[in-house]
Design a protein around this ligand. Sequence first.
Ligand code: NAD
Length: 572
Amino acid sequence: MDLSTYHNRPIYGLIQKGYYDPISKKIKAIKGFDFNVKSKDWFIEAPLRMLFNVLDEEVAKDAKNLIVYGGTGKAARNWECFEVIVDTLMELKSDETLLIQSGKPVAVFKTFKHAPRVLISNAMLVPKWAEWSYFNELERKGLTMFGQMTAGSWMYIGTQGILQGTYETFAAIAQKYFSGSLEGKLVLTAGLGEMGGAQPLAVTLNGGVALIVEVDKRMIEKRISQGLLDTWTDNIEKALDIAISNIQKRKAISIGVLGNAAEIYEVIYRSGLVPDIVTDQTPAHDALSYIPAGLSLEQADELRSKAPEEYRKLALQSMKKQVEAMVGFKERGSIVFEYGNNIRKMAHEAGFERAFSFPGFIHAFIRPLFCEGRGPFRWVSLVGDPRDIYKLDEMVLSEFGSDLRITRWIEQARFKVKFQGLPARVCWLALGERARFAEKANELIKKGEIGPIWIGRDHLDTGSVASPYRETEGMLDGSDAIADWPILNALLNAVAGAAWVAVHHGGGVGIGYSIHAGVNVVLDGSEEARERAIRVLTTDPGIGVVRHADAGYKSAIDTAKKHGLKMPMLRG
Ligand code: NAD
């Protein structure tokens, strides 16, 4: 490739600094205080840095194909689009807004200073056409892109984001069923991908024994090298022996099992062993990502490209087999739940009528937190300094020290979480707490104690998702499939002054099954940043509380009243 074609382009500066190599397609997170954007505005430098961060090789699952996580969740439609997004951000003015249509930069409009600098819409389809086969056809024609939740909105922060979410889920189960700890308890799950990779450490942080089935040896090795997984074997008897002896000793350990979940779940079920908790995080939302039983990875790749329909059928049959075993475990007394990947629906489609015999994780464990406007809030040091994150840890411990769940997490995360790309921290904060965090963090920046900060949250949050098999499953008033809320969330956050806002279709559970929104806030120590952050970090969790209060949840109504949220239809 002739690099001279880049000489007159803004992106050339980043190529020269070694952040992007157009030949090998390697991307590194941008660090330091020097601006790369012409505007010298952190509200524009931040989306540029977060885009690079999600594609940093420590962060992304398959950066060469622009895939960040979650099966095929991408950050840009193709390399040409990536490069033009970068050029455009580098030249963008502080009163302009860049529009991204499914990973393609389509326009720049003059807006105004407090408006978002980037607006993103990913994978949106008119409902009648909203299914994978049609989506895949449009994607092959180069017209769209699957952005998952935080990939195509440039907000993914590596495995830590999901680590805390997964930790919170297992903590909630421990609280509900086992007096607060998983000591001496066995968790069976599958998938060590970008989301699933958090499962082993999340279980051991709660004191339990985790058995995780993964079909790809490279993913097992990756999780061991990251300190997320303790040990592994390709022999199921050996895995069960290690698990049982550690359960007896009440010692926390995570064991990877190399194999196919559809087969191994059945083997364990037949052995008569009843795990205390059973779930799964294979990429079941997309039949073309789930590896069918009996196929090696190479055979799966070949069949996928030669005969995708045949592949899909095999994958669905395997999911059916896996879900049959999961329902079997439930009948024998295990706590079984779907972990946000739509596997019940897939098994149902494959003909297993009792696939919905177990619940989704939000419905079963997380909704009470959503009613308080609590969800997966996170921040990143935009200059890439880990010390800034540790200073913010201290601030969180002093501000929110009376909340045991927060302190237990922060104290463990400081020592056990390795940073990937730009240093980041996630911590589930509620309505009120999020704005307070931003105000304190902005003061630290203003005093020069830390550098600029990005703040965001997973799309999987209190008021930003409509997903009837996940976040909005079993809503009190039956409003599971009402998708007005994420759209109102995005519109509200945009007018409140978010740095960038995204709306997506299909994240988590796949095309046809969800609509969701992402929000990004930037703190640079200025008064403008403080005002914008307080506004957005009130509207964003605020609409989550409103969504749940409107559905009739008593604790959400109490939270709305406590925070003085104005809901004209709420009387008394
Ligand atoms: P990923 O594609 O990064 O990883 C999936 C892993 O599963 C891979 O390592 C793959 O080798 C393995 N796998 C595939 N088929 C298998 C099989 N039959 N048996 C054993 N292992 C198999 O996906 P991810 O980002 O880890 O996400 C996993 C699923 O969770 C997706 O469906 C995603 O949409 C969903 N998800 C969950 C949450 C949540 O909060 N729980 C959030 C976002 C996404």
